[in-house]
Write a protein that binds this ligand. Structure first.
Ligand SMILES: C[S@@+](CC[C@H](N)C(=O)[O-])C[C@H]1O[C@@H](n2cnc3c(N)ncnc32)[C@H](O)[C@@H]1O
Length: 270
């Protein structure tokens, strides 16, 4: 598995406890509401991570059957601790590019902030199409440009200021590297989706200390893998990024602009 998409070791806990509350919960509500609007019965979630969207959809549609999948068993284990498997929720490790499900078994597929981690995104969309019933809905969230996501941009600026020999380009290249609506639309068209709708949605990140913003990014994402590969100490880098963020914002908890694309599309009828 490429280290850019590996959520393992200490990443899942820090991702779940620091990054998700800071940046992901409002978008989880948006994705869940978009999916719930078509009142699906069988829903597949890919790259479900620690279950933020799964929980939001389960609250909105308690009688739906949600199959929540992710490449990382450790992420799903944290999700299942909060929302245990039941008659309405099941947690299954699966690669979104090679889904272990029969054709046409789901009314909807949803994926929040996962597509940017798939090396073969077209393959993942083709798989989503294969497992959906004709007329089913695909709902995705992808981040907007890093320049309009203030907390992440500040971490990226801090890493640049540190003048590392080989600064990891992870944040800009991976989670914030799949932002172009024309590209997203073309990939979904190719995979057999119609009525592609892409809306830019803004929220504010929840007030978070500079230290937690640094921990969330440097230790709660695969940026931690990139630092380790460069023999850089993530704890030390976190302290230096914290210092630079505090110089920039002071010591009050920071809240900043977030921007993401909410994408929905319909599977063509054969
Ligand atoms: C930024 S997290 C998003 C998790 C969750 N959707 C959320 O909103 O909190 C990205 C997730 O993509 C998963 N992932 C990466 N590559 C994957 C793949 N090929 N198939 C399925 N999941 C993958 C990771 O394990 C991680 O849980």
């Amino acid at each position: 598995m490429p280290s850019d998409s590996r959520f393992a070791g200490s990443i899942p806990e820090l991702y779940d406890t620091v990054l998700v509350p800071m940046m992901f919960l409002d978008y989880a509500e948006d994705v869940a509401a978009e999916v719930a609007a078509s009142t699906p019965h069988d829903v597949l979630e890919t790259a479900a991570g620690t279950g933020a969207v799964t929980r939001a959809l389960h609250r909105l549609l308690p009688s739906a059957m949600i199959t929540a999948t992710d490449l990382s068993p450790a992420m799903l284990a944290r999700a299942a601790d909060v929302l245990p498997a039941s008659d309405h929720v099941r947690w299954t490790p699966a690669d979104a590019q090679e889904l272990p499900f029969d054709d046409a078994g789901f009314d909807a597929v949803m994926c929040q902030f996962g597509a940017m981690f798939f090396p073969d995104r077209r393959g993942a969309y083709a798989e989503a199409r294969r497992v959906m019933r004709p007329g089913g809905r695909l709902v995705l969230a992808t981040w907007g440009r890093i320049e309009v996501n203030e907390a992440t941009l500040a971490v990226e600026d801090a890493l640049t200021t540190l003048s590392l020999d080989d600064p990891p380009p992870f944040l800009r290249r991976v989670p914030f590297g799949y932002t172009d609506a024309a590209v997203i639309r073309a990939e979904l068209d190719d995979a057999g989706f119609i009525d592609v709708d892409i809306r830019s949605i803004e929220h504010r990140s929840r007030p978070t200390s500079a230290r937690d913003i640094a921990i969330a990014h440097c230790q709660g994402t695969p940026l931690a893998n990139a630092l380790a590969e460069r023999h850089l100490d993530a704890v030390q880098i976190t302290s230096e990024v914290t210092r630079l963020l505090e110089e920039r914002w002071g010591e009050e908890p920071f809240t900043g602009r977030l921007s993401a694309n909410l994408v929905s599309a319909t599977r063509v009828t054969d």
